[in-house]
Write a protein that binds this ligand. Structure first.
Ligand code: UT7
Length: 326
């Protein structure tokens, strides 16, 4: 049977680092509150690089890690809600800049769950036999849409990109995936687009901003993370002890701690890098996976669950066994 496997990974964070103390000058908050309520200490914030620039740097690193060239890729999927433009997509900018052939390239929007959706789509497209090698990327510049006068959101986000090269393989690297949505809960986390134009009037500059009910998202996340891990294991008749690690969307350290408790899964096997990344939305999971691999926390032969949740509301996960990584 034909499968898809992870051949290489890469990530990129802008050099400019913003520490919690900076927010004390912007809103009524404190380093202590941000650390204790979220686990975040600092986050990368881009100054002059846009989403496609971050995606490009992460992709170059993933290709190098996979010992592959841009010409080897026949599919690009980028998960983002903060593209350089409404159109063209980041995927098409990436395709030109990498120098791939005239291949299939498209963006998807599933917010912070976007990378998991991209992974599921690429896995199915490779298994279907039409595509052999996919570059999948999660890239975000959420700070473009952050209201820096709103303490409920402005302290949370960072900018980054993570990328993976998936190739057709005989062994199942991507063991199984699962994605879900509940549109009825969309009001808990959303960002307005431009308003409809009435009578052809000119729209005054009303920039959209992220709007979130943090408490409800927190409750949602702590329910769906354990659920989706159990669901993925159930697909394969596997137990939790088959997992070497869980890599969850880095939105809040307390969410990850609660999921560990609910699952009775060791805390030290829940990957954490939120202290230095903040919440990077669709970039969060591939960035965390890449950092876990580069730090030798994940090694060839290891099996882990990657899980995410976000606006939509959406959630999902994947079980992955690493093999053949450099
Ligand atoms: O990527 C997916 C999307 N996002 C998430 O997953 C976020 C999920 N939610 C969370 O991580 C947490 O709910 C937050 C970190 C956003 C908030 O933490 P919390 O412990 O749930 O706080 P809360 O919303 O219950 O608010 C408690 C208090 C409120 O004050 P009052 O009403 O009790 O006086 C907030 O106004 O904390 C206040 N607060 C802050 N105080 C200082 C909210 N933000 C801040 C802040 N600094 N930055």
């Amino acid at each position: 049977m034909r499968h898809a496997a992870l051949k290489g990974s890469g990530s990129y964070k802008p050099d400019n680092i913003v520490h919690n103390r900076t927010f004390e000058f912007l809103v009524d908050t404190s380093d202590e509150w941000i650390r204790s309520r979220t686990g975040i200490e600092k986050r990368p914030v881009t100054i002059d690089e846009n989403t496609s620039d971050l995606a490009f740097e992460a992709s170059i690193r993933a290709l190098r890690d996979a010992s592959m060239q841009a010409e080897d890729i026949d599919l690009i999927i980028v998960a983002t809600v903060t593209g350089d433009y409404f159109f063209p997509g980041v995927s098409q900018l990436l395709q030109r800049r990498l120098g791939c052939g005239n291949i299939t390239a498209f963006d998807i929007n599933a917010a912070c769950t976007g990378f998991i959706y991209a992974l599921e789509i690429a896995d199915q497209m490779i298994k279907g036999g039409r595509f052999d090698t996919a570059l999948i990327v999660g890239a975000e510049v959420l700070t473009k849409f952050t209201d820096f006068s709103d303490r409920n959101t402005c302290v949370l986000f960072g900018d980054a990109a993570g990328a993976m090269v998936l190739t057709a393989s005989k062994a199942p690297g991507i063991i199984t995936t699962s994605t879900h949505a509940r549109g009825d809960l969309e009001g808990y986390l959303h960002m307005e687009s431009y308003p409809l134009k009435k009578d052809f009037q000119t729209i005054e500059d009303s920039r959209p901003f992220i709007n979130m009910n943090g408490r409800e998202i927190f409750r949602f996340a702590t329910t769906v993370i354990p659920e989706v891990v159990e669901e993925l294991l159930g697909h394969e008749g596997m137990n939790l002890d088959a997992l070497d690690m869980i890599v969850a969307h880095q939105a809040n350290k307390r969410i990850i701690d609660k999921a560990s408790k609910a699952l009775a899964f060791p805390k030290e096997k829940m990957y954490l890098n939120i202290e230095s990344t903040g919440n990077t939305s669709a970039a969060s999971v591939p960035l965390a996976i890449d950092e876990a691999i580069k730090d030798d926390r994940l090694q060839s032969g290891d099996t882990f669950a990657a899980v995410a949740f976000g606006a939509g509301l959406t959630w999902g996960g994947a079980l992955i066994t690493l093999g053949g990584l450099s």
